[in-house]
Design a protein around this ligand. Structure first.
Ligand code: URA
Length: 230
């Protein structure tokens, strides 16, 4: 929210008061004087006007979870356990998932309360690579490497998928790097070649790699470097 609006929303401050406080350098955001009325204030910022707290600022939270199969990527579900049930955090109701996985997909799931950060990872046009290990029911046709690199037409969205990199690891196993996130994208891509995906595991999202020390269902806070890398 704009700083002048945040100030003028306070019951004890008029718009005129807000302008004066800003002009006099009496407004601090995270300890720094800010005079720009249009300054965008984040939910995590601490704001004071004339020494009095206006917004206390909540703590930004970032976690990586090794998602096990059988958990749904939702904050609530009437039938199945959700991935948020795996987090023993008192503020988990404030957290959201940055890039959902299907119920039977395993691997890296990022969870945060920072919407701006998660959008950088999940916007449809985000170029950050998402890397999946894929097991299939039948042998993978080596021609898929070229087809996936050229892009496949998705009729529902009326688009051609971005060039994807397919690396064959075995007759029925591959590593696939996508630069977008369409609904059930991996399964639909292999489905086009009548080869059902039998197991799907996300290894990486952009620069963040699933920590091998985390077993299924375990999680940890991201490091400062991991947060800043996105
Ligand atoms: N593509 C899929 O088909 N499923 C996932 O869970 C992720 C990507």
């Amino acid at each position: 929210m704009r700083l002048d609006r945040l100030l003028a929303n306070q019951p004890h401050l008029s718009r005129q008061d807000a302008r004066l406080l800003l002009a006099r350098g009496q407004v601090r955001v995270d300890g720094q004087v800010v005079r720009d009325a249009a300054h965008e204030v984040r939910a995590f910022a601490r704001v004071e006007a004339d020494g009095l707290p206006i917004q206390s600022g909540c703590t930004a939270r970032y976690f990586m979870l090794h998602k096990p199969a059988g958990y749904v990527s939702a904050t609530r579900d009437p039938q199945h356990p959700t991935v948020l049930d795996l987090l023993e955090e008192s503020d988990r109701a404030d957290l959201h998932i940055a890039g959902r996985l299907d119920g039977n997909t395993t691997g890296l799931l990022l969870v945060t309360n920072d919407g701006r950060w998660s959008r950088r990872l999940t916007q449809p046009d985000s170029q950050l690579g998402k890397v999946y290990r894929v097991d299939t029911a039948h042998d993978i046709d080596p021609a898929c490497v070229e087809h996936f690199a050229a892009g496949l037409y998705f009729r529902f969205e009326n688009l051609i998928t971005r060039p994807a990199r397919l690396e064959l690891l075995g007759p029925r196993q591959a590593r696939l790097t996508l630069h977008e996130g369409r609904y059930h994208q991996v399964k639909r891509m292999f489905g086009r070649f009548r080869n059902p995906v039998t197991a799907l595991h996300r290894e990486r999202m952009g620069p963040i790699v699933l920590d091998p020390a985390l077993g299924p269902g375990q999680y940890r806070a991201l490091t400062i470097e991991e947060i800043a890398s996105v």
